[in-house]
Write a protein that binds this ligand. Sequence first.
Ligand code: 5GP
Length: 208
Amino acid sequence: MSKGVLVVVSGFSGAGKGTVMKRLLEKYDNYALSISVTTRNPRPGEEDGREYFFRSREEFEKLIHDDALIEYAQYVENYYGTPRSYVEQQLLAGKDVILEIEIQGAMKVKEKIPEALMVFVTPPSVEELQRRLSGRGTETPEVIAERLSRASEEAEGMAEYDYLLVNDDIEECVETLHEIIQSEHRRMTRNEEFVRTIKAEARALTKN
Ligand code: 5GP
C-alpha cells in the first residue's frame, strides 16, 4: 500500500479553514484530520477530543518533554501541538493526513518532512477576514485585534507554501483542495516503486 500524503493547511484565523476541512472529510473517505492538543479554553460547543484535546500547560509541557508532538507553537498566548502517533499510524495506513496548523508549526513540519504538501488558505480579501472574525462573536475585541495582527505576520510567510487556496465559495474550495492532494499522489517521486517495476519490465521485454 502506498503511504498517504501529509498535508499542512495554514491560513488566517477566520479564513474558514475549519469549515473547509470538515466538508472535505464529509465528502471523501481517504482523509484523516489530525486533532491537535491545545492549552486554550474550549469555545462554546467545542468538545475535548473532537476539535482539540484541551490540556493544561503542565500536561502540554510533558508531551513536549516526551517527544510526543511532531511540532508545537505558541499562538496568542497558548500552546498548540500535533500528536505524533496518530499522524504516523494514519500515513502508514495509506490515509492522507491533514494538519490544520499555524505558520511557525508549519515551517517546522516542512523542515522535518520536506515531502509534506503545504497549502495556504485565505479569504478573498482582508475586509472579508475582518468581517468573519467579528461575526464569529466568540472572541473579545482584544483577541480579534491580536488575531488580525497575527494575520499580517503570517501573510509574510505565504510564499513558503506550495499552493494558494482562496476560500470564496466553500464547495469550490473543497474540490480544489481535493484535486491538489490527488495530483500530489501522481508526483513521480511518490511512485518510485511503480517506476522501478515498469522500467524493469520494459527492459526485460527489449532483451527478449
Ligand atoms: P484556534 O484557537 O482558532 O482554534 O487556532 C488558532 C491557530 O492555531 C490556528 O491558526 C490553527 O490552525 C493553529 N493550530 C491548531 N492546532 C495547531 C497545532 O497543532 N500546531 C500549530 N502549530 N498550530 C495549530
